[in-house]
Design a protein around this ligand. Structure first.
Ligand SMILES: Nc1ncnc2c1ncn2[C@@H]1O[C@H](COP(=O)(O)OP(=O)(O)OP(=O)(O)O)[C@@H](O)[C@H]1O
Ligand SMILES: [Mg+2]
Length: 396
């Protein structure tokens, strides 16, 4: 009866096994490289490919390693340099506490943000070492003796100091790193200097906007050009998805025949978020119908429901993110499936040169991809299906 208590799928947010499809190769490659501190990484993938979950599971995998701490920071929480200082120093300290089984350091350190200066300074003296150093800079910042940029320098300096002082390796996971791309470039200049120094600190940057991230890492003039190994995540492979969803249904006391599982994979293009969402909807339908077997037709019906459920979100994306020309391009591609630049241009009655920069932009946004055969297609097949459907409906 476990089926009624716990849903077989989890939609949204970070997932762990058994809700996490292995990603074994990625995890092992990254874990191996990071254990040896061989390099820094930029993890790139479109929305909802499972970047955050991969980072989380990478952290779990490195848990057993002695003297290695792996703090995770979501850069969406960081709106400026004071946040950067507070949130990253906090994440590092809390991981340190967990690893070394000491308590209260971060709590005691936080006096620098609240207490009167003198009292805070005294508390810092008691803490000593790298904490005193980094804390004192914050107090000087509060006294307006130094500016925000000193906080940035002190933060990176602290990462290096604490590893040396405590005999640690530090791998800092910075998720949604494109969010800090809009800061002025000071942070990146300091980061570059830091990454050039010998140290036991490595970074994994992750994000889903090629445009912003390539401004930081990938263009020749970019501040962190050639400083990171680029790691791109692919959708899940068919056999992985098939095995995963069948096991999930079996666990819930239902049967998902192979053909239906393949249909589910195909509809989702292997994008993990959709795999889970479509699986969950199909599961609920089957529960209502008191059916124990899910057919390919059931998957198709569940898919229609999924498009309905995503309607509001896709609508917002559609209206907020794209220019009129980009919309024309996307609509054309959604109905053509895939097309060469020339055919696409012709389809919307423009010259290829008129649309090529819009196409580049859409590629950078990871909305469009160029296939090996030279055609363009939408990255997200569910969004494409929604577009094709709403286009057809508007013509009815
Ligand atoms: N390896 C996986 N196996 C199964 N499902 C997964 C996996 N990775 C992600 N998912 C599914 O996708 C959802 C989104 O995952 P996650 O938040 O990790 O993606 P993301 O790429 O960080 O997304 P975003 O671009 O929105 O930040 C999860 O809630 C889960 O349903
Ligand atoms: Mg994420």
């Amino acid at each position: 009866m476990s089926s009624l208590r716990e849903a077989p799928f989890k939609v949204g947010g970070i997932v762990e096994p058994p809700y996490f499809v292995n990603r074994e190769r990625e995890l092992e490659e990254l874990a191996q490289a990071l254990r040896g501190l061989s390099q820094n990484y930029l993890l790139l993938a479109p929305r909802r490919y499972g970047k955050s979950s991969l980072l989380h599971n990478l952290k779990l995998r490195l848990e057993a390693e002695d003297n290695l701490i792996v703090p995770y920071v979501n850069c969406r929480e960081i709106a400026g340099y004071t946040d950067f200082y507070r949130i990253t120093v906090g994440a590092v300290l809390q991981e340190y506490e967990r690893k070394r089984k000491v308590a209260g350091l971060w709590k005691r350190f936080q006096v620098v943000f609240q207490e009167r200066i003198l009292r805070a300074a005294r508390r810092l003296e008691e803490l000593g070492g790298s904490l005193r150093e980094v804390g004192q800079v914050y107090l000087r910042f509060r006294e307006e003796e130094v500016d925000e940029r000193a906080l940035v320098r002190a933060t990176f300096r602290f990462f290096r100091d604490i590893t040396q002082e405590q005999g640690l390796r530090l791998v800092l996971l910075l998720d949604e790193f494109q969010e800090v791309a809009t800061f002025n470039s000071y942070l990146f200049n300091v980061l570059k200097k830091e990454m050039d120094l010998p140290s036991a600190v490595r970074y994994v940057f992750s994000g889903s906007s090629m445009g912003l991230l390539s401004e930081i890492f990938l263009r020749e003039q970019a501040p962190l050009y050639l400083m990171v190994g680029k790691y791109t995540m692919e959708p899940l492979a068919e056999e992985e998805v098939v095995a995963f969803v069948r096991e999930r249904f079996r666990n819930a006391g239902m049967t998902l025949p192979k053909e239906a599982a393949k249909e589910l994979h195909r509809r989702c293009g292997g994008i993990p978020f959709y795999v889970q969402k479509l699986g969950l909807i199909a599961f609920h339908h089957a529960l209502w119908q008191r059916s124990r077997t899910v057919s390919p037709q059931d998957i198709q019906r569940a898919y229609e429901t999924m498009l309905d459920e995503l309607d509001g979100e896709f609508e917002v994306r559609w209206l907020a993110r794209f220019s009129p020309l980009q919309r024309m391009i996307l609509k054309a591609l959604a109905s053509l499936g895939e097309a060469r630049l020339r055919d696409l241009a012709q389809h919307i009655g423009r010259k290829p040169s008129d649309i090529s920069s819009s196409i580049s932009r859409l590629k950078e946004m990871m909305i469009l991809q160029k296939r090996t055969n030279g055609t363009y297609a939408l990255v997200d097949p569910v969004f494409a299906a929604w577009l094709a459907r709403s286009d057809a409906q508007s013509r009815e």
